[in-house]
Design a protein around this ligand. Structure first.
Ligand code: SF4
Ligand code: SF4
Length: 403
């Protein structure tokens, strides 16, 4: 989809009600989709002042505005295009340094980086979105391919699905990938294939306006999965959303756009896969929770607004004996993580997360579950280590424990 002309905005304000940043900034007009589109109509981002660049970086790219826009506009696509122009103005390294500087001034994030230590720095591929998200320098040579992939030869039986775990489940929270593979095995009776040479989905790069890197990563992933025609399962909501964007990202090249469309048509989101499995095997039941527990499902914005997948995770949780699915008093809320947003805008991210935590406190669940690794870590970090805090689990980890 081509980026929109900002003058098409009707200035109706419907997006302001949905925008987490507008709400968290107590209604600052320049931080709504309407306000940013107005600025883009009047001022060329290639001539951006630092204040203008700051306003453009204060967007989560969550897509809430797009979902309610009376004109059917896609403001986040326009903001990504503007960030690309900013990159030309400020230079990529300047932007990355600014993000890193902000990350290092965030004590909670610094603690995370310190606890991960040098082994992670050595281990993470140069182009992993995790480097950007954690504020780690991109100083290693490009070894962005996954080198720990499993091939079908290491398993018995032909694989039923190809698996795209994403950076978090590959490098940081391997239990998410392993849990997803256990669930896949339960429903298909077959192993999953993790094709070699898959890499970061490119969401972090594209969010930072680095479209060239995002395109390169997209092409690398398309090629990595080209050796088979299996459905491509992913257990991370943000990765799923970004992988779906490949045809749009590569729209300026007809040959790659066609390949990207073929790739996107094969994508299978984790909770949708589980619901399909449950329907195919009506006798299947997840084991019940040992004691009755209230659970809240956190909707990642990338599934809620981009892919519009909100029912399947709830269907699964309702089917588990002993779990009582509750909704937040004001309905689903953004957690404020937003890929690079929580690094570049820690104060705003904290405020947005604070609104979610207040809602969670009112719902008082024993368990919070989600399908986005970024949301998962951001919510865990916000809840801290208080003994009364709810457990926070990725849906695949929770379900694997109940197989
Ligand atoms: S993408 Fe989200 S944060 Fe950005 S303007 Fe739209 S609603 Fe606001
Ligand atoms: S909802 Fe759409 S048309 Fe209305 S102000 Fe927001 S971006 Fe403009």
């Amino acid at each position: 989809m081509a980026a929109i002309d900002p003058s098409h905005c009707a200035k109706c304000g419907a997006c302001t009600v949905a925008c987490p940043v507008f709400q968290a900034s107590d209604g600052r007009e320049s931080l709504s989709a309407r306000g940013r589109l107005h600025l883009l109509e009047k001022l060329d981002p290639a001539q951006a002042s630092s204040a203008y660049a700051e306003i453009l970086s204060q967007c989560l790219l969550c897509g809430a505005c797009r979902s309610v826009c009376s004109r059917g506009l896609d403001p986040p696509a326009r903001f990504i295009a503007a960030r690309k122009q900013l990159e030309k103005t400020a230079g990529r390294q300047v932007l990355l340094r600014a993000i890193t500087r902000k990350a290092l001034s965030n004590p909670a994030l610094l603690a995370t980086i310190t606890s991960l230590g040098r082994p992670l720095l050595e281990f993470l591929p140069a182009d992993s979105g995790l480097r950007l998200r954690l504020g780690l320098p991109q100083e290693r040579p490009d070894t962005s391919c996954s080198s720990s992939e499993k091939t079908p030869q290491e398993h018995s039986g032909r694989p039923a699905l190809a698996f795209f775990p994403g950076c978090y489940a590959t490098h940081l929270h391997r239990e998410i990938g392993e849990a997803t593979e256990r669930i896949t095995m339960r429903f298909t009776g077959k192993p999953t294939l993790r094709p070699k040479h898959q890499c970061c989905c490119g969401l972090a790069a594209e969010s930072a306006g680095d479209i060239a890197t995002a395109k390169r990563l997209a092409k690398q992933n398309i090629l990595a999965f080209a050796g088979n025609s299996l459905p491509i399962l992913t257990s991370c909501a943000s990765c799923y959303s970004q992988l779906h964007r490949y045809p749009e990202l590569l729209a300026d090249d007809p040959v790659w756009q066609k390949k990207a469309q073929g790739f996107a048509d094969r994508l299978l989101e984790f909770s949708t896969f589980v619901v399909q499995g449950m329907l195919t095997d009506p006798a299947f039941r997840f084991a019940g929770s040992a004691e009755p527990r209230t659970v809240v499902y956190h909707d990642p914005c990338h599934l809620r607004f981009h892919a519009k997948i909100t029912d399947p995770p709830r269907e699964i949780l309702r089917a588990i004996p002993g779990l009582n699915l509750a909704e937040l008093p004001n309905g689903p809320q953004c957690c404020g993580q937003g890929g690079l947003f929580h690094l570049a805008q820690p104060e705003l991210a904290e405020k947005i997360r604070g609104r979610l935590l207040t809602q969670l406190e009112q719902a008082a669940p024993a368990l919070v579950t989600t399908t986005c690794s970024g949301c998962l870590i951001h919510i865990q970090e916000g809840l801290g280590h208080a003994p009364s805090r709810p457990e926070v689990r990725h849906l695949s980890v929770l379900l694997a424990e109940l197989l």
